[in-house]
Design a protein around this ligand. Sequence first.
Ligand code: DOR
Ligand code: ZN
Length: 469
Amino acid sequence: MSSNRTSGDRDARYPAETSEQEMPRHATTTVNRGEAAQRRVLLKDVRPYGEGEPVDLLVDGGVIAGIGSGLEVDADEIVHAEGAVVLPGFVDLHTHLREPGREDTETIETGSTAAALGGYTAVFAMANTDPVADNAVIVEHVWRRGQEVGLVDVHPVGAVTVGLDGEKLAELGTMARSGANVRVFSDDGKCVHDPLIMRRALEYTRTLGGVVAQHAEEPRLTVGAQAHEGANAARLGLAGWPAPAEEAIVARDCLLAGHTGGSLHVCHVSTAGTAEILRWWKSQDRPGRVSAEVTPHHLLLTDDRLSSYDPVNKVNPPLRTDDDVRALRQALADGTVDCVATDHAPHAEQDKCCEWSAARPGMLGLQTALGVVVATMVEPGLLDWRGVARVLSERPAEIAGLADQGRPVAVGEPANLVLVDPRARWTVRGAELASIAANSPYEDMELPGRVVATLLRGRITAAEGKVRR
Ligand code: DOR
Ligand code: ZN
């Protein structure tokens, strides 16, 4: 980690040795979008991190060229931001874009649109596509298509095992050396449950400067599982998904990461017990490189939603209890859980509007993540805007080793930015979101905080609720 980064609390929590081992940041070749990137954009009346009096921020040649009050410069475009909070553009470590294979539910284009509108400048596209992204051809396709669309950097996640079958390691090195420069590997949707395969994946990705993102679910404990194992599932006769199925894998994988020196990232932490295990592990002398994400839905929703029997609430891992929600918010606030990732999971109407047991798990998240984080973390006073920058941008960029994302809002830094109106409130309508699918669990809910504009390398990708290509 370079010395001028802003996430100071992380430095304090981790021993120096761990910081030195921080994954090397890597650069991928991005499409030069020509003159567009050279445009000068003046953002008038913005508040970096929501702090201090409004200032003007000049973006030129893809970087932040000046910050000051009353900047008098020629600009191709002036954005009157009226006190909007400016943060580094959001980075999502966990997005399902469904291309290739299920373009009826989402494409790289529609998912990128949702991402830009949600304030994102980079997303990691999960490997559980059809065909699976377990080889260089698929990951290069995803990377190139993302660059063609040009709204957000789409980094393909490579599968850990061939076909997500959990049995044979995929060619991780070939994907890492491909044009997509893959550094995040995951079988998400499924757990890398075989401890020897997981050990090898941690060892191998270590030599590649990569990270294994684990969907922690001991499959023998979740056979037929439909919902969180607790009173609500019991009352409704739904087979339970017990908390220890997640916690046992997280504990095991922390031990394996410590033993191998590999990098482990725990996907969608959903239980208070997992937060406790991570807190314990990170307090060890040599915790190695272990990080974790929580989804917006696990910060807000509980299994009380089961009583509606509406499969829009079916997700894996399942919605849990009030106690879990409280513990997850606390863990995110104190850095035990590093970041927020959406697990944006679009599904076709026929796969959601059916009986509970037949419905697929997953919910939309890219356009609602900020609002949910503001509602669950900022409004209750658990995070300030610097904290939002940490959990939605800086930490995810660090975990994935992105050199140009999650950087400080400062002169000379890449202009990957999001402007947020902290006072605006808006009502979610699934059908109005940019995704092809409409399975938002926040239908009709009013959320605080609205994205005013998103900039990718100095180019406005989204403004006033519309994308610009
Ligand atoms: O709810 C989920 N949906 N959890 C997963 O792990 C996979 C995802 C999907 O691909 O739909
Ligand atoms: Zn998952």
